[in-house]
Write a protein that binds this ligand. Structure first.
Ligand code: SF4
Ligand code: SF4
Length: 97
């Protein structure tokens, strides 16, 4: 079985709803991050989203790193399989809320 992080990456790269503007209008930045990015919040669709993957994943904002939608959290906790979680993506257009 693939490591959990890999499963989350696989799930999120099939989705990207919390980065592509489907649900959120912007990503909140902390004060130190505002200086780094040169803005008070990252607009969505996020300019760092490339083909449904975060191009700055290792150094993404804290709010991004801390966020898991309920489906991703269930996957992380082993409550659903990757296959079941992917199936939910198809039928849950407003997933993060
Ligand atoms: S909405 Fe959930 S499954 Fe989709 S990319 Fe965000 S954390 Fe991943
Ligand atoms: S920085 Fe990365 S994780 Fe955060 S909203 Fe943009 S693409 Fe998504």
């Amino acid at each position: 079985m693939a490591p959990l992080l890999s499963q989350l990456e696989q799930l999120c790269s099939s989705c990207a709803r919390c980065c592509n503007g489907s649900v959120y209008g912007a990503t909140t930045l902390e004060p130190a991050e505002e200086q780094r990015f040169g803005c008070r919040a990252l607009p969505q669709p996020c300019p760092h989203l490339v083909e449904r993957r975060c191009s700055i994943y290792a150094s993404r904002p804290r709010a991004c790193a801390a966020f898991l939608c309920p489906l991703a959290l269930a996957l992380e906790r082993g409550l659903v399989t990757l296959e079941a979680a992917r199936a939910r993506l198809v039928t849950s257009p407003g997933l993060p809320q």
